[in-house]
Ligand binder design. Structure first.
Ligand code: FE2
Ligand code: FE2
Length: 387
C-alpha cells in the first residue's frame, strides 16, 4: 500500500471502463478527467445537515449505548497481533457449501473447470476468500460514510454522539480488513456493483432515517450474519479475533438503529411507514441479484460467462442452496429487528403478509439485536479475562 493517489482495488482496464460513467456532476470539482473512476467515486447527498441547540441528554438508552461504545473501543494496532503468520491455503474451508458447489460444477458435462484438481480448487478458495474480505472492506467504508451522514442529519443530540462513535468504529473496521488483505492475503477485488448500488442509494437519500434503516438494520444484520459465518469456518487466530471484535461493534450499531427508529416510527403516518416497508421489500424479496464475482474467475483464467450455466445446473441439483445457511442467518437477525420497529404490522400487516408468504416469519421471535447486543461484546469478555 502507498499514500500516493491509489487506484481502485482490482481496477484493471475492464473495471475502469465499467466505471467510466462515474464522473463529477460539478464542473468546478478539481478532479482530473479520467482520474475519478480509478481513485474515488463521487456521491451527492440530498439530505439536510442539522445543527442542534438542544444539548439535553434525554434519551437514556442512547446515553447508555454511547457510554458503552466509548468503553468498548479497541485499538487496531495493539489489540491484534499482526505478526502472526497466515497461510492463505489454511484459510480455505474445503467443506463449505460454496466449495461443494464448485466441485459439483466441475463434474457437469462440458464444464470449463472439468480438468481442475486440488491445486486449482485451493487457488479458487483463496481468491473467493479475498473477494469476501474485499467486500467486507468496501462495505465498512460505506458504513463509515453512512455513520458520518447520520452524525450530520439526525435531529437528536444523543444520536449524533452515538453515530460519531460508530464512525470511528467503521473507520477501524475498514482499516483492519484493508490491512489483513494487504499484509496477509493479497490484492483486493473491486466493490461488487450490487453492494455499491445498495450503499449509494442510502447516501443519496434525502430522508435521514433511510440511511439508518438501510445500514443499521439491513446491511449490519447482513454483516453480522456474514462475519459470524466466516468466524465459524476459520481457525486462523488473527482473523478470528478481528471478526470477534468487529462483531462486538456491529451488534451495538444494530441496537443503535433499533433504538432510534423505534422511537421515530411511532410518530410516522401510515403512508410514511408504507415507504419504509416497501424499502425493506426492495432490499429483501425483490432485489436478490448478487454479484457472481466474475473477477475471481477471470483471475483464474476461466470465462465466467461460459461457467455460469454449469454453476446454475450444479446448484439446481444440490439438495439445498449453498447459500441457504447464510440467508437463514441474515433473516434470523433482520426479521426480529424489523419486528421491534413495528414495521411488520404497520398498514394492517403489509410486510408481515409478504415476508410470511416468503417463509421468513419463522424468525419473528428470535432474539432481536437490541436485546442481545451485549452478548456479542467479545472485547469486554477479553478485558475481564485479562484482569
Ligand atoms: Fe463495521
Ligand atoms: Fe457497523
Amino acid at each position: 500500500m502507498c499514500c500516493s493517489p491509489g487506484r481502485r482495488p482490482g481496477s484493471g482496464a475492464r473495471s475502469t471502463v465499467a466505471l467510466a460513467t462515474v464522473t463529477s456532476a460539478d464542473n468546478e470539482h478539481p478532479v482530473a478527467a479520467g482520474e475519478t473512476a480509478a481513485t474515488f467515486k463521487l456521491v451527492h447527498d440530498h439530505a439536510d445537515r442539522i445543527y442542534l441547540w438542544d444539548y439535553e441528554r434525554c434519551r437514556t438508552q442512547l446515553v447508555t449505548l454511547y457510554n458503552k461504545a466509548m468503553g468498548s473501543q479497541w485499538n487496531s494496532v495493539t489489540d491484534l497481533d499482526w505478526d502472526l503468520d497466515v497461510d492463505p491455503e489454511g484459510l480455505v474451508d474445503q467443506g463449505s457449501p460454496s466449495m461443494q458447489l464448485f466441485r459439483a460444477t466441475a463434474a457437469e458435462p462440458g464444464s470449463p473447470i472439468a480438468s481442475w484438481g486440488e491445486r486449482e480448487f485451493t487457488a479458487l478458495g483463496i481468491e473467493m476468500f479475498k473477494a469476501s474480505i474485499s467486500q467486507f472492506m468496501h462495505g465498512e467504508q460505506g458504513a463509515m460514510l453512512t455513520a458520518a451522514k447520520i452524525v450530520e442529519t439526525v435531529p437528536w443530540i444523543d444520536a449524533k454522539y452515538y453515530a460519531a462513535t460508530q464512525t470511528m468504529d467503521e473507520a477501524r473496521h475498514t482499516e483492519v480488513f484493508a490491512k489483513y488483505l494487504d499484509l496477509k492475503v493479497g490484492e483486493a477485488y473491486p466493490m461488487s456493483p450490487f453492494l455499491e448500488e445498495q450503499i449509494t442509494v442510502l447516501l443519496e437519500d434525502s430522508r435521514w432515517d433511510i440511511a439508518y434503516l438501510g445500514m443499521q438494520i439491513v446491511i449490519e444484520s447482513l454483516a453480522l450474519a456474514a462475519f459470524g459465518d466466516m468466524l465459524r469456518r476459520t481457525s486462523e487466530p488473527l482473523l478470528a479475533k478481528l471478526l470477534r471484535y468487529v462483531m462486538s461493534d456491529e451488534a451495538r450499531h444494530v441496537a443503535f438503529g433499533i433504538l432510534t427508529l423505534k422511537e421515530l416510527y411511532t410518530g410516522l403516518t401510515d403512508a410514511e411507514l408504507k415507504d419504509r416497508q416497501e424499502f425493506l421489500l426492495d432490499n429483501t424479496l425483490r432485489n436478490r441479484a448478487r454479484s457472481t464475482t466474475p473477477e475471481v474467475w477471470e483471475r483464474l483464467g476461466v470465462d465466467a460467462g461460459a461457467l455460469v450455466p454449469h454453476l446454475s445446473a450444479a446448484a439446481g441439483k444440490m439438495k439445498a442452496s449453498p447459500f441457504a445457511g447464510f440467508q437463514r442467518g441474515f433473516f434470523a437477525k433482520l426479521v426480529p429487528n424489523v419486528g421491534k420497529l413495528g414495521l411488520l404490522d404497520a398498514n394492517r400487516g403489509y410486510l408481515r403478509d409478504r415476508w410470511g408468504a416468503a417463509g421468513l416469519l419463522e424468525f419473528e421471535h428470535a432474539d432481536d439485536t437490541l436485546s442481545d447486543y451485549a452478548s456479542y461484546d467479545e472485547v469486554a469478555k477479553d478485558r475481564s479475562m485479562a484482569r
